[in-house]
Design a protein around this ligand. Structure first.
Ligand SMILES: Cc1ncc(COP(=O)(O)O)c(C=O)c1O
Length: 310
């Protein structure tokens, strides 16, 4: 990864190479952490973070679900992130806030271990490749099921839960595919290893509902709104595995990957990039890059205080 100058760590800006933790930190042993993946884009109005508060609100909710009291509120973390981006001089970047149980005690009920909070920013291109946003990716339905609400909390973006995504991603990569698609514990389509999924059938845009163990993706919500504003019918409903193979179009959405068409699933070719995918993708890209005034409230300019002052 490409280093930046500083990382924000527990209220202070420290040099990238000095942002270190103790090996007995609780989160390292048990995955007791929650995190976010956010992006800032270069826009005509300067660098701006996409749906900044929405992501930090999700971080707050993830922490709450795992009984991790955050020592900073959303506004404090938002201000720290904007200041960090300014300090690191990044016109666009990926943003990774993380809150985890730190060093103190190692029992499972380690209430006295402090909650540490870090924010890192660095330049990072599209997760599944810039080219794939045009040409589409090849996906494989994973033999690993998405974590079930019986044992974990699919709505939370928690560190330990990502072992599930890593198993699926590793299996698909080892088999020569670009991404994994996980089914939920009932065998219904859930999502990619780090993206939500949309399936076009008979002109309607379908996406699995919250009851299918999905993560409530910020990109998913944005794309649903954009598609509806464009006049498409967007339906949240359970999707069977075979519907993936019979789809007119399939695409994935996520902060890291952005909006990526799928051109093949389990060696079934799909029309790609589909017409609806292209229309929605173009508007989504406009929203991310500040070219869609109707969605300008989604952008949080990092230099807002100085712009207001001037
Ligand atoms: C498992 C999983 N599903 C879906 C998403 C997409 O969420 P978002 O659009 O908020 O990045 C992500 C990425 O954070 C993810 O890790």
């Amino acid at each position: 990864m490409e280093k930046a100058e500083s990382i924000w760590m527990n209220g202070e800006f420290v040099a990238w190479d000095d942002a270190k933790v103790h090996v007995l930190s609780h989160g390292l042993h048990y995955g007791t952490g929650v995190f976010e993946g956010i992006r800032a884009y270069e826009t005509p109005g300067g660098t701006a973070v996409f749906r900044h508060r929405d992501h930090l609100e999700r971080l707050r909710r993830s922490a709450q679900l795992y009984y991790l009291p955050l020592p900073y509120d959303v506004e404090e973390m938002r201000a720290a992130t904007n200041e960090l981006i300014r300090r690191n001089g990044l016109a666009s970047c990926y943003i990774r806030p993380l809150a985890f149980r730190g060093y103190g005690e190692l029992g499972l009920f380690a209430k006295s271990s402090p909650i540490e909070v870090t924010i890192a920013t660095w330049p990072w291109g599209a997760y599944l490749g810039d080219e794939s946003k045009q040409t589409g990716i090849r996906a494989k339905v994973s033999s690993w099921r998405r974590i079930s609400p019986d044992g974990l909390i699919p709505q939370a973006k928690a560190s330990g839960q990502y072992l599930n995504s890593i198993l699926a991603k590793t299996e698909s990569a080892n088999a020569g595919y670009d991404e994994a698609i996980l089914l939920d514990d009932r065998g219904m389509v859930c999502e990619g290893s780090g993206e939500n999924i949309f399936v076009v059938r008979e002109g309607q845009i379908l996406t699995p509902p919250h009851s299918a163990s999905i993560l409530d993706g910020v990109s998913r919500r944005s794309v649903m709104q954009i598609a509806r504003d464009l006049g498409y019918a967007v339906v949240e409903r359970d999707i069977g595995r075979a519907e993936l193979y019979l789809a007119e179009e399939v695409f994935l959405t996520g902060t890291a990957a952005e909006l990526v068409p799928v051109r093949e699933i389990d060696d079934h070719a799909l029309p790609c990039p589909g017409e609806i995918t292209q229309v929605v993708q173009a508007k989504f890209e406009d929203a991310l890059h500040g070219r869609a005034p109707e969605y300008s409230e989604w952008l949080d300019p990092v230099d807002e205080p100085s712009r207001v002052a001037s």
